[in-house]
Write a protein that binds this ligand. Structure first.
Ligand code: NAD
Ligand code: TYD
Length: 372
C-alpha cells in the first residue's frame, strides 16, 4: 500500500514499484486533494498489479477496511499536506492529515497485523518524512573562508554553506506548522515501534524536484512563471539555502530502504547538493531561457524580491552518509543535469501544467474511476 501515490513523490514511487515488481500488488490510497492528480500515473494505470483506491487516511474505519480487504503487508506512507506556505495559512488541515492521518494508518495496520498468526513478521510500516523536522541550520564557514566551501562529507566536491549538517540523531526542532505536523507524525511512528513492537522505518529527505511537482513549490512555480513571463517572487533576500535531490533518486532510495533497511531505524536521504535560492533561480532562468529559445539570462528581469516567509528556515543540509555506507544508495544525477531534465519535462508537458493550473485535473477521477 502506497499512500499519497497520486502526488508528486508518491507517483514516482508507485511507478517504480509497479514496473519493477510485477509480483507485488500495489494499492495506491489517495484522497485526491488539490495535490493529487491521477494524470500523473496514466502510463501505468492499466497494469494488472496496480489498483487505485480513493480514501482519506484520517478515516480510521476506511483504513481498517482497506488494509484488511487488501491483506496489506507493507505500507509506504507519503500522503500528507506538504507545502509550508499553505501550512502558515491553514495549520489545522496539516495537523489533521499529517498527524491524525498517520495515527489512523498506524492503528489500522497494527490491529490487522496483530490479528494474523504471524503477527508483525514480514510486515513494514515505512513513513516518509522531511529534513525540515530538524529545524534550521546556520550559514557559517571555517575561519577565513567565505561560504560556500568544500567539505569532505561527500565523495564529490561538495560545496557547503555551513559547518553543521542534519544527521539521524539531530534533535527535532520544527518551526513551521508543516514541519511541526511532520515531526509529530514521526514521533507517533516511533512510539508504535517502541510501545507495540511495530516494524517501522522513518526516512527524512531533503527538498525534491523533478517532473510532476505541483507548481506551487519553488522550482516548478518559477519554471512556469519564466515561461509565462510572470514575476518570480523571491522571499527575503534569496539567501536561504536548500539541499536538492532529484525525485527519481528519492524513489530509488525508498525502494532500497523498503527492501534492505533495518526496522526501527531512521535514514537521512540527500545528495549533498546545497544551493542558495537566488543562485538556483539564476541556473533555472539560464536553463529555461536556453531551452525555450530566449537569450540566456534575459528572464532575470522577472526576479522580484518580496516580503520574507514568516519563520523562514535559513539552511537545510542533509548528511546521508549512513544510507550511502549501510545500504549502498547514491544519487544518480548532478544538479545541472537534473534541472535540465526537469525543465525539458515541463516544456514537453505544457498540457499537464495547464491542467493543474486550471483545475481540470480534478475531473480525471470522475471520468476514469467513478463507475469502475
Ligand atoms: P504532494 O503534496 O505532492 O502529494 C501529497 C499527496 O497526498 C497528494 O496526492 C494528496 O492527494 C495526498 N493526500 C493529502 N491528504 C490526504 C489524505 N488526508 N488522505 C489521503 N491522501 C491524501 O506531496 P509530495 O511533495 O509528493 O510529498 C510526499 C511526502 O514526502 C510527504 O509526506 C512529504 O512530507 C514528504 N517529503 C516531501 C519532500 C518534497 O520536497 N516535496 C521532501 C521530503 C519529504
Ligand atoms: P519550497 O519549494 O516551498 O520548499 P520548502 O519551503 O519546503 O523548502 O521553497 C524552497 C525555497 O524557496 C524556500 O527557501 C522558500 C523559497 N521560495 C521563494 O523564495 N519564493 C517562492 O515563491 C516559493 C514557493 C519559495
Amino acid at each position: 500500500m502506497i499512500t499519497g501515490g497520486a502526488g508528486f513523490i508518491g507517483s514516482h514511487v508507485v511507478r517504480l514499484f509497479v514496473k519493477k515488481y510485477p509480483d507485488y500488488k500495489i494499492i495506491n490510497v489517495d484522497k485526491l486533494t488539490y495535490a493529487g492528480n491521477l494524470g500523473n500515473l496514466k502510463d501505468i494505470e492499466n497494469l494488472p498489479n496496480y489498483k487505485f483506491i480513493k480514501a482519506d487516511i484520517v478515516d480510521l474505519e476506511d483504513m481498517r477496511k482497506i488494509i484488511r480487504d487488501e491483506k496489506i503487508d507493507g505500507i509506504i506512507h507519503l500522503a500528507a499536506e506538504s507545502h509550508v506556505d499553505r501550512s502558515i495559512k491553514d495549520p489545522f488541515t496539516f495537523a489533521k492529515t499529517n498527524i491524525m492521518g498517520t495515527l489512523s494508518l498506524l492503528q489500522a495496520a497494527k490491529e490487522y497485523w496483530e490479528s494474523l498468526p504471524e503477527k508483525f513478521e514480514g510486515k513494514l510500516f515505512y513513513h516518509i518524512s522531511t529534513d525540515e523536522v530538524y529545524g534550521a541550520l546556520e550559514i557559517t564557514a571555517p575561519e577565513g573562508v567565505e561560504p560556500p566551501f568544500t567539505t569532505e562529507a561527500s565523495s564529490s566536491d561538495h560545496l557547503a554553506y555551513g559547518t553543521e549538517f542534519f544527521v539521524e540523531t539531530t534533535k527535532y526542532d520544527p518551526h513551521s506548522p508543516y514541519s511541526a505536523s511532520k515531526a509529530s507524525s514521526d514521533h507517533f511512528v516511533r512510539a508504535y515501534h517502541d510501545t507495540y513492537g511495530m516494524p517501522t522505518i522513518v526516512t527524512n529527505c531533503s527538498n525534491n524536484y523533478g517532473p510532476y511537482q505541483f507548481p506551487e513549490k519553488l522550482i516548478p512555480l518559477f519554471i512556469n512563471n519564466i515561461l509565462q513571463g510572470r514575476a518570480l517572487p523571491v522571499y527575503g533576500k534569496g539567501e536561504n539555502v536548500r539541499d536538492w535531490l532529484f525525485v527519481e533518486d528519492h524513489a530509488r532510495a525508498i525502494d532500497t530502504i523498503f527492501h534492505k533497511g533495518k526496522t526501527g531505524d531512521t535514514y537521512n536521504i540527500g545528495g549533498f547538493n546545497e544551493w542558495r535560492n537566488i543562485d538556483l533561480i539564476k541556473v533555472l532562468i539560464k536553463t529555461v531561457d536556453k531551452l525555450s529559445g530566449k537569450p540566456e539570462g534575459s528572464s532575470e528581469n522577472l526576479i522580484t524580491y518580496v516580503t520574507d516567509r514568516p519563520g523562514h528556515d535559513m539552511r537545510y543540509a542533509i548528511d546521508s552518509r549512513k544510507l550511502q555506507k549501510e545500504l549502498g544508495w547514491e544519487p544518480s544525477l548532478q544538479f545541472e543535469e537534473g534541472i535540465e531534465k526537469t525543465v525539458k519535462w515541463y516544456l514537453e508537458n505544457k498540457d499537464w501544467v495547464d491542467n493543474v493550473t486550471s483545475g481540470d485535473y480534478e475531473k480525471y477521477y470522475d471520468k476514469m474511476y467513478k463507475n469502475r
